[in-house]
Ligand binder design. Structure first.
Ligand code: DX5
Ligand code: ZN
Length: 235
């Protein structure tokens, strides 16, 4: 007798984001050479990371513009990494289908621009991908409290979104501890902005397990060494 899986169970099985409980480094492409993105992503994949963080900016929610589903769809053919897309755009619900079609494994959206996070998270799950809720540095933890348990990841911004290479904001990182208390051990807490071998142990010490690093990796000629330096600092 064949096994008939429900759409929900199948979607559950398709999710590729590593389960919470391990420290993962997610290189952010923002400081990579955009003219050779596939090669740049290939280098961090070879260095052993599981996730690549794709920063999508619309020039409206943030004062910068990067890439969209067209470029991500092309990159998909060159990489088997988990595509962690960070949508810094004003209407993520409107464009989600395009990103899903392009092959992202995960969408993180900003709580500041989504009036109904419950429905949006459900939509992403039904499509078989994981969902992340992001808070800007000035957004209080209370804003996500009601929805946090529905998500697979909470993304804490430790810089104002828009640009790579900014300085880490400790006061924003201080939200990690209360968020960990709210979500427990089974939801990833990702930190984005100013992460390097000095700040990574601070945020893992507070309860984060997913470290986005752009400048600290892609400004170095040897990406594998840069990744290893961050890993080592967290041990
Ligand atoms: C900032 C982006 C980040 C950025 C982090 O708006 O969301 O992902 O690339 O860059 P670094 O690691 O250079 O602070
Ligand atoms: Zn990001």
């Amino acid at each position: 007798m064949g096994i008939i899986r429900s759409r929900k169970v199948q979607a559950e099985m398709n999710r590729r984001m590593p389960k919470a409980g391990t420290i993962e480094i997610a290189p952010s492409i923002l400081s990579a050479d955009f003219a050779k993105l596939a090669d740049e992503i290939g280098q961090v994949e070879k260095a052993g990371v599981k996730i690549v963080h794709l920063d999508v900016m619309d020039g409206h929610f943030v004062p910068n513009i990067t890439i969209g589903p067209v470029v991500i769809g092309k990159l998909r053919k060159y990489s088997n990494l988990v595509f962690d897309s960070h949508l810094m755009i004003s209407e993520p619900e409107r464009y989600a289908d395009e990103f899903i079609k392009a092959g992202v494994d995960h969408i993180t959206f900003h709580i500041e621009v989504v009036p109904n996070p419950t429905d949006f998270i459900k939509k992403l799950h039904d499509a078989g991908i994981t969902a992340g809720l992001c808070l800007n540095p000035e957004t209080p933890v209370g804003k996500i409290e009601k929805y946090a348990h529905l998500a697979d990841m909470i993304l804490v911004m430790t810089v104002h979104p828009g640009f790579g290479g900014q300085s880490f904001m400790q006061e924003a990182a201080d939200k990690i501890k209360p968020i960990r208390q709210i979500v427990g051990p089974n939801i990833r807490i990702e930190v984005d902005g100013g992460i390097d071998s000095k700040t990574a142990p601070i945020v893992t010490g507070l309860g984060a397990d997913t470290l986005v690093a752009g400048y600290a990796i892609f400004s170095r000629p040897n990406r594998a060494e840069a990744i290893e330096a961050i890993r080592k600092a967290c041990r």
